[in-house]
Design a protein around this ligand. Structure first.
Ligand code: ATP
Length: 278
């Protein structure tokens, strides 16, 4: 059914306060929030609002989270789709999905469209031709460009897209009136990780033997170099799961140690799978 063609969240609860760090990215995305809330303020002055933004950064650094928070802060519906979903489709299906997605977003404007893994459809055209599926990918990309160009200035739909491969994107996507903003999100440093730990420790029932939460978050941040925000969230949840498994009635330091170990093993396995020659 049409309703299941893409994810539709009309009541996004994520807010900027749920995102630790990323201060610059938040400032940049604020422009879209205030436009979606008060388009008249911009239109009165004759300003052309940027149509969309590419959010680029390594996996798990909070690109989807930031896009959702933009919708949450602006109080507008959020329509999301993953670029990789298009690749497997029969010819013609991808472009009709894109058309439906934009039609729905326009009907419910002001709204946000989020395209995760845009590189799956937005790869520079003409590369790797001859393999099945490329025509479909290209058609989907073309339809996306057509939709973005077809917006009138009165249409209050913002298109955000996530990628961890901004280098492979077709430059046509970056033309004015398309994704005219590029927001980079880096892997968090130790201070960033501390902030993310603070967010994800909050819902846990922590043992009273643990240091005060700020101190403890700092300690965990030091122990987790290279972790993304998603990895940090994962550690917190694994710690709680571990506590439950061994029958603790609150989450202890041992649970966190076990969780960090478990997440590190998972990350090592993943990187081995990605580079099997090593
Ligand atoms: P991918 O590239 O794999 O799609 P992504 O960059 O879109 O990843 P998200 O899905 O937004 O990453 O992040 C995954 C989860 O990690 C979030 O739902 C959240 O729990 C946590 N997370 C990531 N960054 C932050 C942050 N800065 N503050 C709080 N939580 C974060």
């Amino acid at each position: 059914s049409k309703a299941r063609m893409f994810n539709n969240e009309t009541d996004v609860r994520v807010r900027f306060a749920d995102i630790a760090g990323m201060d610059e990215a938040k400032v940049e995305i604020m422009e879209f929030v205030s436009f979606l809330k008060e388009p008249a303020r911009y239109e009165r002055l004759g300003a052309k609002i940027p149509r969309g933004a590419i959010l680029s950064g390594p996996p798990g650094t909070g690109k989807t989270l930031l896009a959702k928070a933009t919708a949450g802060e602006a109080g507008v519906p959020f329509y999301s789709v993953s670029g990789s979903e298009f690749v497997e489709l029969f010819v013609g299906v991808g472009s009709s999905r894109v058309r439906d997605l934009f039609a729905t977003a326009k009907k419910n404007a002001p709204s946000i469209i989020f395209i995760d893994e845009i590189d799956a459809i937005g790869k520079s055209r003409g590369k790797g031709k001859g393999i099945g599926g490329n025509d479909e990918r290209e058609q989907t990309l073309n339809q996306l460009l057509v939709e973005m160009d077809g917006f009138g200035t009165q249409e209050h739909v913002v298109v955000l897209a996530g990628t961890n491969r901004p280098d492979v994107l077709d430059s046509a996507l970056m033309r004015p009136g398309r994704f005219d903003r590029h927001i980079t999100i880096d892997r968090p440093d130790v201070v960033g990780r501390k902030g993310i730990f603070m967010v994800h420790l909050k819902p846990l029932r922590l043992a009273s033997t643990l240091p005060e939460v700020g101190k403890f978050a700092e300690k965990l941040a030091v122990l987790t170099p290279g972790f993304s925000g998603a990895d940090v969230a994962n550690v917190c949840n694994e710690a709680a799961l571990h506590a439950a498994r061994v029958g603790h009635d609150s989450v202890t330091e041992d649970d966190f140690e076990a969780a960090i170990e478990r997440v590190i093993v998972g990350l090592e396995r993943k990187s081995r799978l990605l580079s099997p020659e090593e």
